[in-house]
Write a protein that binds this ligand. Structure first.
Ligand code: ZN
Length: 238
């Protein structure tokens, strides 16, 4: 941790998913003031928005320092993203690989739009750091999760608002198993359990079926990534 990290605030892109929840915990260990932002864009797994308040509440209960650090939560409605996107995440079309080599869950430009909104909120709130859970290690191939995209976005936001923003992606180079390990390292078994029980990854929005790795349909690409990561994590703990 460097000195400047302790004196400044951060805005965390917090969807309610596993990666963003671990990134939020990571931010809480580093920044004295942490705010969160989530987006309602007509996603099929709208349920991820409803799990957010419960996760925030449990994070506050885990550590008194986190309780003081964790501030306002911003939920921004961008229905228009759902309107302009013809994808399996915003419509009930089949989740499959497309001719472009990307899954049909890819919402073009989604993370770029999220960062633009996050930048505007961070500017207004005086928060220099923006933290997000993108990862290009065992991801679905979304080009807006890549490190180069994030670096370009950092430059675009800093130039476009004439303010220095620093974008952090603590999960960029680790896989899903290591994400579970990171949660355990940050907040012990209590945080790992919180991530398993409360966060939501399933694209279908299934919270009726509970597995060892959490709730989901168990079949969609997001569930499979999460289940595979959990198995590897569990094997590594033995
Ligand atoms: Zn699923």
């Amino acid at each position: 941790m460097t000195d400047h990290d302790t004196s400044e605030g951060a805005l965390v892109l917090f969807s309610g998913g596993q990666d963003s929840a671990v990134s939020l915990a990571w931010a809480l260990t580093r920044f004295p003031r942490v705010e969160t932002i989530g987006f309602d864009y007509g996603q099929r797994h709208h349920i991820e928005l409803t799990v957010r308040p419960g996760i925030l509440e449990r994070l506050r209960a885990l550590d008194p320092k986190w309780k003081t650090r964790l501030g306002e939560d911003h939920v921004v409605n961008i229905d228009s993203l759902g309107q302009i996107s013809e994808t399996a995440l915003t419509r009930t079309t089949q989740i499959e690989m497309t001719a472009s080599g990307l899954p049909s869950t890819f919402v073009p430009g989604r993370n770029l739009i999220f960062f633009a909104f996050a930048g505007a909120v961070a500017y207004r709130r005086g928060l220099k750091h923006i933290v997000a859970g993108m990862c290009e290690t065992d991801y679905s191939g979304y080009p807006d999760c890549r490190d180069d995209t994030i670096k370009a976005m950092q430059l675009a936001l800093s130039l476009g608002m004439d303010r220095r923003f620093v974008l952090h992606t603590p999960l960029m180079w680790i896989d899903k198993a290591a994400t579970f390990e990171l949660a355990e390292r940050i907040g012990g078994k209590a945080l790992a359990d919180l991530v398993i029980e409360e966060t939501h990854s399933c694209y279908i929005g299934d919270r009726a079926n509970k597995f060892e790795w959490g709730y989901g349909c168990g079949k969609c690409p997001a569930c499979q990534l999460r289940a595979g990561g959990y198995e590897k994590y569990k094997a590594g703990r033995k």
